[in-house]
Design a protein around this ligand. Structure first.
Ligand code: ZN
Length: 270
């Protein structure tokens, strides 16, 4: 669309003022180069006209603090990479005008029980995340994780949802999965159902679990170690969310009193 506008402008300028031809062509080249090097512009069908200001997304980067989650053979930890992707996702959504809350924005758990056993901290952590999610009343809940399985052959980002929580979960999952397929070019997986993920089981809000790749697969682990690829994954998820919002057909749920929502004092990083 922009390129067509540029072409029209070029014809007008060249016809009226031939002396500006060289300057204009230099400018046009600069514009095209900047478009070509901007983050993933050619793959994006961004519904910028959709009303996003009233939309609340809750991002839940899994694990944190004493719970590293899965690890790659090279030692990359799930808790670190999902936090990194979550922070980029937050920034992209905020740039699009959405309101974003996160269950954590640094390396800590939410247990607030530093002297408890790891199992007890994990139990309290998950319970606290669920409380935050329910208190938020978010339009969408995005839980971020990375997969790891005994076999190294499985790879690709995949979105999981609960089918027994209404049709919105599947719609959201499908929108994000399609964006991951289109934009990363590194997954051909389809959405899948899950019934045992605690966070999804505890909420009635539209919620999905995005497994951003397999740390047990060499190619996925190599990609996820790259900052640019993690940003690309975040970009894809945000496009999937925006498309979901754009197709929802309303302005979102009533804006919540965000200031009344307080996160628990986190434990010190450990
Ligand atoms: Zn996980």
């Amino acid at each position: 669309m922009r390129i067509y506008k540029c072409a029209c402008a070029a014809r007008t300028l060249l016809w009226r003022r031939p002396g500006t031809t060289l300057l204009f062509l230099v400018s046009l080249t600069a514009i095209l180069v900047s478009l070509a090097t901007a983050p993933f512009p050619e793959e994006v069908d961004k519904p910028a006209a959709a009303p996003m200001g009233n939309r609340l997304t809750l991002i839940d980067p899994g694990h944190g603090g004493p719970d590293p989650g899965a690890s790659s053979p090279a030692g990359m930890r799930e808790k670190d990479l999902v936090l990194d992707i979550g922070l980029s996702l937050r920034d992209y959504l905020e740039d699009a005008g959405c309101t974003v809350l996160m269950t954590r924005e640094s390396d800590h758990d939410l247990s607030a029980t530093p002297d408890a056993s790891l199992a007890e901290r994990k139990r309290v952590d998950l319970h606290r995340r669920s409380e935050i999610i329910e208190a938020s009343g978010a339009d969408v809940v995005i839980s971020l994780h990375a997969n790891a399985v005994p076999s190294s052959r499985w790879r690709g980002a995949q979105v999981f949802y609960r089918p027994d929580r209404g049709p919105e979960n599947e719609r959201l999952a499908r929108s994000i999965q399609q964006a991951l397929v289109d934009i990363t070019g590194e997954t051909d997986r389809d959405i899948n159902i899950t019934v045992d993920q605690y966070i999804l089981a505890q909420t009635e809000l539209p919620a999905v679990n995005v497994e951003v790749g397999f740390l047990s697969n060499p190619r996925d682990a190599e990609l996820l170690a790259e900052k640019l690829y993690r940003k690309k994954v975040a970009w894809a998820i945000h496009i999937g969310i925006l498309r979901y919002f754009a197709r929802a057909g309303d302005n979102g749920t009533t804006r919540r009193d965000i200031n009344a929502w307080k996160i628990a004092e986190p434990c010190a990083p450990s």
